[in-house]
Design a protein around this ligand. Structure first.
Ligand SMILES: [Zn+2]
Length: 403
């Protein structure tokens, strides 16, 4: 705590502010609010520009979200909010002026971002002026129809007497008799929440999928208009946070298609001896275990390169019949050595370590006779693989390739 007799705004502490008169207290507060709005607008300008230039990549971060949270120690929620709002402000600069004038707050921009399009933004922003969050929610409900329930994973409290046996979980799905019926599935799902480990992958997924795009201003506007929910930033808005209410209990809520629903019902029947109450959570847990084991077995099944380079077959990549395929033993060895994480290292020795959308990266490019050897191949997240390809071949060339 800073002890000071200074009366300049910004150097106050809880003790000295008590000695300030009421008139000055309010004047200072007004000044602070104005300064805060200016800072917020400036922050969005910078976030938008750093995001647009993807400056985070060369500093070994796979996404703007990771950059804000890990490098600048923002909370996930604040980072998500600023990134999403920064992109919206980048697409629709009038937002910045509204923030500076106090006509729109950061939370409002964040909330509106997924609903703004080139066509509607003037009208929507005009109507959002000086509105509370609740009023903005109402505005959104009016302009955007409700979509499917968003997938989410969050912690739930341990239930009284909750055990493997699931006492008190009896219901419409006992003995598999109702397994094929919606009531059994839904009823059981509602009674007992699925347990899953963490939501980071999903959040990263959204982040990465966004990350791989090179957005022009126009397409950015379209994208902003086509998205809803926190997924647009790839960040974790408050609704998507994993809240550890108790250790190792999570709620998984998903929307699935007819096929998956039928498969779940069939599995409930087939597993009805082992899972007598047909609990979907138990089925999902088993299914995940099986899928994980199978996927791990195929470590080498990672894609070798981003789609660039294959398209149009151009670039003289035939190389006299050399195979593009990296031998399985090399893939496995590289995956093991790099511990299943991106091995991009920036100029200061910081490693990326993202485990999302990993690809094999040739240090000496394959197109320049780089061998398929463990010495020449490292793991990269897709963002860094593309980043290095752009460094190697030039951004314009890569963008033409990506089409
Ligand atoms: Zn990376």
């Amino acid at each position: 705590m800073r002890a000071t007799t200074e009366t300049t705004v910004g150097l106050m502490d809880a003790g000295s502010v008590r000695r300030v008169g009421k008139g000055r207290l309010l004047r200072d507060f007004g000044a602070l609010v104005r300064k805060d709005r200016g800072n917020t607008a400036d922050m969005l300008v910078y976030v938008g520009e750093i995001d647009r230039r993807k400056v985070y990549l060369e500093h070994a971060y796979p996404s703007m979200f990771a950059f804000c949270v890990k490098r600048f120690r923002m909370s996930e929620a604040v980072a998500a909010k600023r990134i999403r709002a920064g992109r919206a402000a980048c697409a629709f600069p009038c937002i910045l002026w509204m923030i500076r004038r106090g006509e729109l707050h950061l939370s409002g921009v964040h909330q509106l971002a997924g609903h703004l399009t080139e066509d509607n933004h003037r009208e929507v922003l005009r109507r959002a002026k000086h509105r509370s969050m609740r009023e903005i929610d109402e505005l959104i409900a009016e302009i955007s129809p409700k979509a499917d329930v968003a997938s989410s994973v969050r912690a739930v409290p341990v239930r009284r007497g909750d055990s493997a046996g699931g006492a008190g979980q009896r219901g419409g799905n006992v003995g598999g008799s109702a397994a094929g019926h919606g009531a059994g599935l839904v009823g059981s799902a509602a009674r007992r929440d699925a347990e899953l480990v963490g939501s980071a992958a999903r959040d990263d997924a959204a982040d990465k999928s966004r990350n791989n795009e090179t957005l022009s201003e126009a397409s950015r506007a379209t994208r902003l208009g086509s998205r809803n929910g926190n997924a647009a930033v790839g960040g974790r808005g408050p609704r998507n946070l994993t809240t550890p209410l108790s250790p190792r209990r999570y709620k998984l809520q998903v929307t699935i298609g007819q096929k998956a629903r039928d498969e779940l019902a069939e599995l409930q029947n087939l597993l009805s001896h082992q899972i007598p109450d047909g609990d979907p959570a138990a089925v999902v847990e088993r299914a995940l275990g099986v899928l994980l084991a199978e996927t791990k077995k195929k470590k080498g099944a990672l894609t070798e390169k981003p789609r660039v380079g294959r398209k149009n077959g151009g670039g003289g990549k035939r190389n006299g019949g050399r195979s593009r395929a990296i031998p399985a033993h090399v893939r496995r060895e590289v995956f093991r050595r790099d511990e299943g994480r991106c091995a991009f290292v920036d100029g200061e020795g910081r490693r990326c370590e993202s485990a999302w959308q990993l690809e094999f990266h040739h240090c000496v490019p394959y197109g320049r006779d780089g061998p398929h050897s463990t010495g020449n191949i490292e793991l990269r997240c897709r963002a860094h693989n593309q980043f290095e390809a752009e460094l190697e071949y030039g951004r314009e060339f890569m963008e033409v390739r990506r089409g």
